[in-house]
Ligand binder design. Structure first.
Ligand SMILES: Cc1cc2nc3c(=O)[nH]c(=O)nc-3n(C[C@H](O)[C@H](O)[C@H](O)COP(=O)(O)OP(=O)(O)OC[C@H]3O[C@@H](n4cnc5c(N)ncnc54)[C@H](O)[C@@H]3O)c2cc1C
Length: 444
């Protein structure tokens, strides 16, 4: 399925006028090139949309033409998804429309060049000049490419579907089914698992909620200990039963799904006994996995490893993590592929993967692309322009325990509690800010 924003600009008769104009332009001096410089962006969530918004305000559509390709045709905002696990009304809002992505573009109304477009489609192949969309087979040529395909997380955070209506329906079925569980075990004490456990206990104080984590404090050991300690205490006080320093091995079929065998009319659900590695037994009728996600870069594999080219790019995609190797300017780490940028979860930049950082990395890409494109428009092809490295100096994190509680760490290591977390995150899980950044009114 494909849709375009501002398709009206391609009304009948335009191609001829456009060709005419372009042939005249060949005699004109820069900064308007004969053909707009083509930028293709794959993925329009945090990293991709920030790259696009930062770029399109700097150039007219006659200078730069942007094609955004996203398989969901929406920005699915993961940070808000733990709330969707308990609130059916909240679920549709997590799919943020891309309809206003170009509202702040520097459009030149006198130009007949085509306006930027959003294409809903799944990229299945990429090479050094083109991107192919699976559903239509359409090939998009580019001068610069932004790969921002991030990570896919499994249910309950998002169902493996690209269509909003279907995704919403499935998620709402999950939420209804979970509501009928009596005891829930959440595996994984990172921010996702903690927030999920907090949401469930806030909405259903009568449910028993157990959270299993492999370390003696919640979160990763990369984070400051005093923050982890405060959050662990607060989660316990909140009523979450913590099983620390332990692991639960489970099979994919153990993860509860709406529509699975446990969703029956003859309630209650059967209670299952789970045994941890340390031998502790936990009885629960619902299991949620909050561990890991799958980095979405498989469509680069064929190109990076194509044997006929002597595999010149082998190793650019990490075999284990599936992240893409980048330089500190977030360009592909290969001298021939400096026209490709990879911001966000999809890259191997050494930092914790967060929406927050993906936004900043997207902005950094917009800045560097602007420098490269300006050099090209100026006609000066010699000399490498100075690009800005991405500097990871944002050390802040807020972890909610339902809409009203939580613990956070701010710059300078300041620990904050319920009031700050509620004010800046708990009320809508920062979803309203995601709407603002995509120029859309938040449906409060
Ligand atoms: C449950 C949960 C809670 C989280 N909470 C927080 C939080 O509170 N704060 C925080 O900072 N971070 C949080 N994160 C992490 C954060 O969501 C990610 O770091 C962030 O979404 C990464 O942004 P991204 O743009 O790189 O990738 P993504 O958000 O994963 O976006 C990738 C985009 O690419 C598209 N795409 C993928 N493959 C293709 C393809 N082949 N063709 C076309 N399009 C494609 C997808 O549809 C998607 O729109 C959370 C994550 C989860 C799972």
């Amino acid at each position: 399925m494909l849709y375009t924003i501002a398709a009206a600009s391609l009304a009948a008769g335009l191609p001829l006028a456009y060709l005419l104009r372009n042939s005249l332009c060949t005699t004109m001096a820069p900064p308007t090139p004969a053909q707009p410089i083509r930028v293709v962006v794959i993925g329009a969530s945090c990293a991709g949309s920030n790259a696009v918004i930062g770029l399109v305000r700097n150039f007219t559509q006659a200078q730069v033409h942007v094609t955004v390709i996203d398989k969901r045709g929406h920005a699915y905002y993961y940070p808000a998804s733990p709330r969707g696990v308990v609130s059916k009304d909240f679920i549709p809002k997590i799919w943020v429309p891309l309809t206003h992505l170009f509202d702040k573009a520097k459009y030149d109304s006198s130009s007949l060049a085509p306006r930027h477009v959003v294409v809903q489609g799944t990229v299945s192949a990429v090479d050094a000049q083109t991107v192919t969309v699976a559903e239509t087979g359409q090939v998009y040529a580019y001068d610069y490419l932004v790969v921002a395909t991030g990570t896919t997380f499994a249910s309950p955070y998002v169902q493996d579907v690209n269509d909003k209506a279907e995704g919403v329906q499935r998620a709402q079925r999950y939420t209804s089914a979970l509501a009928r569980a009596r005891s829930v075990v959440v595996v994984g004490g990172g921010p996702t698992g903690i927030e999920t456990a907090g949401e469930i206990l806030h909405s259903y104080p009568d449910k028993k909620v157990t959270l299993i984590h492999g370390d003696d404090l919640l979160l990763s050991s990369a984070l400051p200990e005093k923050f982890r300690w405060r959050l662990t205490q607060r989660a316990r006080d909140f009523g979450i039963e913590l099983v620390l320093n332990d692991r639960l091995d489970f099979q994919p079929e153990d993860v509860s799904q709406a529509g699975g065998p446990e969703e029956r009319d003859d309630l209650p659900y059967p209670v299952r006994t789970f045994t941890t590695r340390a031998g502790k037994t936990i009885e629960a009728d619902w299991l949620i996995s909050a561990i890991g996600g799958k980095v979405e870069t498989g469509y680069l594999d064929a190109w990076f490893n194509s044997a006929d080219k002597g595999t010149p790019y082998a190793g650019l995609r990490d075999d284990k993590t599936h992240t893409i190797k980048v330089t500190d300017t977030l360009q592909l780490d290969h001298p021939d592929l400096k026209h490709i940028f990879v911001p966000g979860d999809a890259n191997n930049f050494p930092c914790t993967k967060t929406a927050f950082r993906s936004n900043f990395q997207g902005q950094n890409v917009a800045k560097n692309l602007t420098v490269l494109i300006n050099q090209r428009l100026s006609g000066k092809s010699s000399g490498t322009p100075k690009l800005s490295p991405y500097v990871d100096n944002i050390n802040a994190m807020l972890v909610t325990l339902g809409p009203e509680a939580g613990v956070g760490i701010m710059p300078l290591g300041i620990i904050v509690g319920d009031w700050v977390v509620r004010k800046f995150k708990g009320s809508n899980m920062t979803l309203s800010r995601a709407y603002d950044s995509l120029n859309v009114t938040y449906p409060a």
